[in-house]
Design a protein around this ligand. Sequence first.
Ligand code: S3P
Length: 167
Amino acid sequence: MNHIILIGFMGSGKTTVGKRLSESLNIPFVDTDEEIEKTSNMKIADIFSKYGEVYFRDLETKEVRKLLKDTKRKVISVGGGLAVQERNQPYLKKMGTVIFLEAREENLIKRLTGDTTRPMLKGGDLKERIETLMKQRQEAYHRVADLHIKTDEKNIEEIVEEIKNGI
Ligand code: S3P
């Protein structure tokens, strides 16, 4: 399949870049978090607080399996933890070209400060949470990705062009 899948940490710009890229390529944009919220009729934060993370991760895998059956080419932005789950990785590779959007920690901190929608960042010091999760996830993001883009110091148009030149 030839979908374009955007992976990376929360706040790395997957949704913003994904929307612009989909306009530029004139193909639909899908965000796994939005799909999960629509299907379950609940906000991600409420899913986490009511049913827990394991339940949410199962919903993510279901969503990926559903997208695997979708043959119309799309730009797909996936939640920051989705590509880290080993069971999802073969699906992502099958779906198309996987692009890792990377942003420096200080930029992530700027973008994520004050955010109340992301349960994985709750509790404790934001910088520490980001550092811990980044350490756990970085290797998986690199391993799954076909293309790795450093987004710092680039505007959205430049990132979109870089993706278009790389796919
Ligand atoms: C998560 C990232 C979020 C969302 C959920 C869990 C994570 O998506 O899926 O809050 O584990 O990194 P974004 O990466 O779009 O913020």
